[in-house]
Design a protein around this ligand. Structure first.
Ligand SMILES: [Zn+2]
Length: 250
């Protein structure tokens, strides 16, 4: 059957954001589950593209798994109880275990936003190598939600950590601690520290300069020198300002 339309749409019409994501089902996924998964991804992607001023993007794939297919394909220590999302190393594909909707419903959007942010920021920066240089920026800039400060403050008040760690140490030691069998990464102290700091940093310098700082990592030894080269400011000064802001909430 040939369908005809009277008036063709204007060229340059903004296409639905779904064109940026190719969804594939793995295992037993109900139409409702697929629909709600797609809805969250689309919502989050729209927000991220605006935040990072990414007008057009290379499409990426989302493989939507049921619990048993996900566990069959991806196993880790103790099966990573709270691991429901993974990304491919080249940042073109995400894998989601839809069990997340039942297990940690309050965290679904945050986790999806974090993983999708990796793809968006990488494309907005346009340089894979630079994007992966600073662990602090790579992980921290992918802020999952606005509740990170509140959760961090709660952890400090409950005595789960003593004082505020310096986020720069994340790059110095090249690691982020946390136990995915105990709690989701969006609740883990080390992640909360870098999310909270990077959220502060984004507000402090803005998205455009953040991209410049990431690109400057190609020519500088580390984040501290790259940051100084772009902003003429010491990164430690920003750390202190952020520590003061968090301390006021304690
Ligand atoms: Zn991540």
């Amino acid at each position: 059957m040939t369908m005809e339309i009277d008036t063709p749409p204007d060229s340059g019409e903004i296409l639905s954001p779904s064109n940026d994501i190719i969804f594939e089902c793995r295992g037993d996924i109900s139409p409702e589950t697929l629909e709600s998964t797609e809805a969250v991804f689309r919502d989050v992607l729209e927000e991220l593209k605006e935040e990072w001023a990414l007008e057009t993007m290379e499409p990426f794939a989302v493989e939507v798994f049921d619990n048993s297919s996900y566990r069959d394909n991806f196993s880790g220590p103790g099966q990573w109880k709270y691991n429901f999302l993974l990304k491919s190393p080249d940042l073109t594909k995400l894998y989601i275990n839809t069990d997340i909707f039942q297990t940690i419903p309050e965290d679904v959007r945050g986790q999806i936003k974090h993983e999708t942010a990796h793809i968006v920021i990488n494309q907005a920066v346009g340089d894979d190598k630079a994007y992966k240089k600073s662990l602090l920026l790579k992980e921290g800039l992918a802020v999952p939600d606005e509740g990170v400060n509140t959760r961090l403050v709660k952890k400090i008040k409950q005595g789960e950590i003593q004082g505020l760690p310096n986020p720069i140490d994340c790059d110095n030691y090249k690691k982020i601690d946390g136990d995915t069998n105990k709690e989701p990464f969006t609740q883990q102290t080390d992640y909360l520290v870098i999310f909270s700091f990077c959220d502060f940093l984004i507000k402090h310098v803005g998205h455009e300069r953040i991209k410049k700082i990431i690109l400057a990592l190609n020519e500088h030894e580390d984040l501290v020198t790259a940051y100084k080269a772009v902003t003429s400011e010491d990164l430690q000064t920003v750390v202190t300002k952020w520590q003061d802001e968090i301390s006021e909430q304690l």
